[in-house]
Design a protein around this ligand. Structure first.
Ligand SMILES: Cc1cc2nc3c(=O)[nH]c(=O)nc-3n(C[C@H](O)[C@H](O)[C@H](O)COP(=O)(O)OP(=O)(O)OC[C@H]3O[C@@H](n4cnc5c(N)ncnc54)[C@H](O)[C@@H]3O)c2cc1C
Length: 529
């Protein structure tokens, strides 16, 4: 790519290489589309204004899930697609994704003030049930959940006697029965980085800390103006443009000077993290009186993740933060279930993200559709705007995006991503324990925590990171919580990490374990490197 100093005076702009596809945004949707397109033989370029996954894609609940809640809104297409997708993704990335069981406690006296299509029908045909979600309705939902998605690997629903099952122990005595069903966990920001790496391995050019400041149609292509974090300017050319700006999708449309009637609805979701609240590896699915649901999930071995909220977000998506009111709401919500109340004193960290939902005019943030909408503007070289989407459906969204672009990029190959592992994921779906055992055998100086952490983060590539190391010192300095110079080098060389927050809050969540001094040391080391 030729670098120009100013996009306004590029007299020889047509000498710049012409890409087939330019992607704006390095969240999961942008990176998923870039990977898919590069694998189809297209010449692809992607620009992310900050770090990969710096926005919504590192602030999710981190579930590959069908979305049990969406059944109440009759979002059958979305739920089915997501349910089927869970196992496809699990097989492609058995290091960063794994099955989880969810415990949904039930109490016949529970009351719900929800205004979903299901509760409205229920109120009409069974008025005496108003405000209740009967057991049979939950069981029916779970039955659909079990069978809509062609489950092969994940176990189905079962009923739990909470008076005997260990899952009942941390809960209040009122809860005597629960349903347990399956979904999957995913390390969201690692998913994004691995998609970007794979896209690059297939020929894509990935630019981080590089903002798209404008783009205009010129003949048969787009001319795209870029500004790097160090102030350098660059111009690119591409036949097709994808706007995967997430919460900034509307702002990007504005920068392109395009009139659009479509609107994004910004809905903030916050999570709190506490020290571990229970001693088993299952999650809880709590239903609230306001019709919302909140998860309590084992997190990073020693912590519990509780979320999420659903609030309209005003202002810049970059300013999203968990407010005191949201933290109180989550504590109160969880305390209706846990025997020991959860208080603000238990909270060790919180994070917040903004859902870039398609504005379908729904009354509340909770009711707004979670399905994705792809809007194509072909008044000249083509532009595809992406609204909404789930982490779970990113691969299907990428396929759908390329199907929409296909008439404009006839040289593109066909679908290929189903069943193709992401970097480090080339081992059997049930092979994780064997992978950890192999690392522990060949690198006996690793603590069990360290070996497991590396296997989860890097899968089969952990060996490339560890190289010929025979003793801890061979990995260089240990900055704390098992993060070493060797790992920092890997992250900077192969995973686009530039700053300390890229490493301790996105490529890993070791920020939860490191002291401020240790984080400052990593920062100094990275700046010098
Ligand atoms: C609280 C919460 C919980 C969620 N939980 C789940 C879950 O458990 N499971 C699930 O499947 N989904 C979940 N989701 C949904 C999922 O996280 C999002 O749908 C998804 O991350 C959106 O990805 P994206 O790529 O569209 O947006 P983003 O990740 O926000 O990426 C957009 C990127 O574009 C970049 N950008 C913007 N403008 C420019 C520009 N001009 N130049 C260059 N770059 C630019 C931004 O910096 C940003 O990194 C959750 C969402 C939230 C908020």
């Amino acid at each position: 790519m030729r670098v120009t100093t100013d996009t306004a005076d590029t007299d020889s702009i047509h000498d710049l290489p012409l890409h087939d596809l330019f992607v704006i945004g390095g969240g999961i949707n942008g990176c998923g589309i870039a990977r898919d397109a590069a694998g189809r033989g297209l010449k692809v370029m992607l620009a992310e204004k900050g770090d990969l996954a710096q926005a919504t894609s590192s602030a999710s609940t981190k579930l590959f899930h069908g979305g049990l809640r969406y059944l109440e809104y009759f979002e059958f297409r979305l739920v089915r697609e997501a349910l089927v997708e869970r196992e496809t993704l699990l097989c492609a990335m058995p290091h960063i994704s794994w099955p989880m069981r969810f415990v949904l406690p039930f109490h016949p006296a529970m009351r719900f003030e929800s205004d979903t299509p299901t509760s409205r029908i229920l109120a009409r045909v069974m008025p005496w049930m108003k405000g209740r979600r009967p057991a049979w309705l939950i069981r029916l939902g779970l039955f659909l959940y079990d069978y809509m998605g062609g489950r092969r690997l994940l176990p189905g629903t079962r009923t739990l006697d909470l008076t005997r099952d260990p899952a009942g122990r941390p809960l209040k005595d009122d809860f005597r029965r629960a349903y347990e069903y399956s979904d999957c966990w995913v390390e969201d920001s690692r998913l994004v980085v691995l998609n970007a790496r794979d896209a690059e391995a297939r020929g894509a050019r990935i630019l981080t800390r590089c903002e798209v400041t404008g783009a205009s149609r010129e003949g048969d292509h787009w001319r795209i103006a870029l500004r790097h974090a160090d102030g350098r300017k660059e111009t690119a050319r591409a036949r097709a443009l994808v706007n995967a700006g997430g919460p900034w999708v509307g702002e990007v449309i504005g920068r392109l000077g395009i009139a659009s009637t479509e609107r994004v609805r910004l809905v903030r979701g916050s999570h709190i993290v506490t020290r571990r609240l229970f001693d088993h590896d299952r999650c809880y699915f709590f239903q609230g009186t306001d019709g919302r649901i909140v998860f309590a999930i084992p997190y990073e071995t020693d912590f519990t993740l509780i979320g999420t909220t659903d609030r309209e977000h005003d202002g810049s998506p970059a300013d999203a933060a968990c407010s005191d009111a949201e933290a109180d709401y989550l504590c109160a919500f969880a305390s209706r279930y846990f025997a020991r109340p959860v208080t603000r004193d238990d909270v060790v960290w919180s994070y917040s993200g903004v859902r870039p939902l398609y504005d379908d005019g729904a009354k509340s943030a909770t009711a707004a559709t979670r399905d994705y909408v792809l809007s194509l503007d072909d008044a000249g070289p083509v532009l595809l705007n992406i609204f909404g989407g789930k982490i779970t459906t990113y691969r299907r969204l990428a396929e759908a995006a390329l199907a929409r672009l296909a008439p404009h990029l006839p040289q593109a190959g066909g679908k290929w991503t189903a069943g193709v592992p992401l970097p480090g994921g080339d081992f059997p779906v049930d092979g994780f324990d064997a992978l950890v055992a192999g690392l522990a055998r060949d690198y006996p100086f690793l603590t069990p925590f360290h070996a497991r952490r590396l296997a989860r983060a890097y899968g089969t590539e952990a060996r490339a990171l560890l190289g010929k190391a025979q003793k801890p010192e061979d990995l260089g300095r240990d900055f704390g919580a098992t993060i070493t110079e060797a790992e920092l080098r890997w992250l900077m060389r192969h995973e686009y990490a530039r700053r300390v927050e890229d490493v301790v809050w996105r490529r890993s969540r070791l920020g939860l374990r490191l002291t401020p001094e240790q984080i400052a040391e990593i920062d100094r080391w990275m700046a010098a490197a």
